[in-house]
Design a protein around this ligand. Structure first.
Ligand SMILES: [Zn+2]
Ligand SMILES: [Zn+2]
Length: 88
């Protein structure tokens, strides 16, 4: 699942998935290690194509994206718990 990223996330000069330049934007992706941001071209974003992310590399991206948003690492966990609470 991918969403448009926040304005505070830096846009790379190439797509994280196909390494091409062009119509690039930052997207948020929910991965096994947490929510990350990454730069995708319009084509890859349309297809929901994400690059293969290692757990180590992913964890670093999660941390960086927390910094972009100015939140701590537990933020998404708490938000998820709060959402589950609502449906109970
Ligand atoms: Zn691409
Ligand atoms: Zn970010």
């Amino acid at each position: 699942m991918i969403d448009r990223g926040t304005l505070d996330c830096p846009v790379d000069d190439e797509c994280a998935s196909c390494s091409k330049g062009g119509d690039l934007a930052v997207y948020e992706a929910d991965t096994v290690v947490g929510v990350i941001c990454l730069t995708l071209c319009e084509r890859c974003a349309d297809r929901g194509e994400l690059p293969r992310i290692s757990v180590g590399g992913g964890a670093r991206m999660v941390l960086e994206h927390c910094e972009h948003r100015g939140v701590d690492l537990d933020y998404d966990v708490r938000r998820r718990e709060a959402e589950e609470e609502r449906w109970r």
